[in-house]
Design a binder for this molecule. Structure first.
Ligand SMILES: [Zn+2]
Ligand SMILES: [Zn+2]
Length: 268
């Protein structure tokens, strides 16, 4: 099994659903997300990845897990380049560990392995077995981040299941869809306007739930989701209320209910 270094620079790409990703990884839920792999085409399903936060302090390894797709082309992650029609090579990554702050600092790595570049311009740098082993055991021995490792076969099965269809059932929990929804609609609740960061400060920054206007259980056939049309960011309270009915209330219906109950309160 090979290992690769992927990079993330918060100044260059906004990771809109990172908070939800942390929540899911911490709850042993599956989070997989596409990530640029530079020009490296030899990456294989089941390879190990380490994600390095660069550009903005604190710098260091914030995540690790397994590569869960072959490299493939998507529109460039840099919006300007995407508008010029440029493509960039990606692989999907299945996250096993994800932390807001580094688990292994950049300074530690630079001290210990000074011959190696730890701040590459692009993702997809191959890591030697020796270093991969050390990084792996550093993370495994940290009681906040140890995880159950998977073998290549597990990841292949996961990748096969995922590749069958990017349709409703598989796509609805996908990070890609969430990311697109939040990029378009933002972090405030579509029903009541509640914003977690305004209410909770840093703790609530970049947090929001995502609601599917078309209900999973009621969808007869599988279909593609358009994140802008089919998904809405909602706060936890409104989300619960939407699902008191099946099929769920529409955003408009719940807005009306809130307006009416406010009126009633004022009258009383
Ligand atoms: Zn709300
Ligand atoms: Zn929902």
């Amino acid at each position: 099994m090979s290992a690769y270094l992927y990079t993330w620079n918060p100044d260059r790409w906004v990771w809109s659903d990172q908070q939800d990703a942390i929540f899911r990884v911490n709850n042993a839920d599956q989070y997989d997300m596409y990530w640029s792999c530079g020009n490296t085409k030899r990456i294989e399903i089941g390879d190990l990845f380490f994600l390095m936060r660069l550009g903005v302090e604190p710098k260091g390894i914030i995540a690790c897990g397994y590569v869960s797709s072959q490299p493939y082309y998507l529109p460039h992650w840099d919006e300007e380049k995407a508008l010029e029609g440029k493509l960039a090579l990606r692989t999907d990554l299945l996250f096993k560990v994800l932390s807001e702050t580094p688990i292994v600092s950049l300074i530690y790595l630079q001290d210990k392995y000074p011959d190696r570049s730890w701040t590459p311009q692009a993702s997809g740098f191959s890591i030697s077995d020796e270093i991969a082993q050390e990084l792996f055991s550093l993370i495994q021995s940290n009681r906040n981040f140890s995880f159950v490792s998977s073998d290549k076969r597990d990841i292949q099965l996961f990748a096969e299941g995922k590749a069958k269809s990017i349709t409703y059932k598989t796509y609805d929990r996908s990070a890609i869809a969430r990311q697109a929804c939040i990029e378009h609609h933002g972090y405030s609740c579509s029903v009541c306007g509640f914003n977690f960061e305004e209410a909770f400060g840093l703790l609530g920054a970049n947090y929001i739930e995502v609601h599917h206007l078309r209900q999973v259980a009621d969808a007869g056939e599988e279909y593609m989701i358009d994140p802008k049309v089919d998904l809405r960011p909602v706060c936890a309270n409104c989300h619960r209320m939407l699902h008191k009915k099946r099929p769920p209330l529409s955003i408009e219906e719940l807005k009306n209910i809130i307006t009416q109950s406010i009126r009633r309160t004022i009258v009383v």
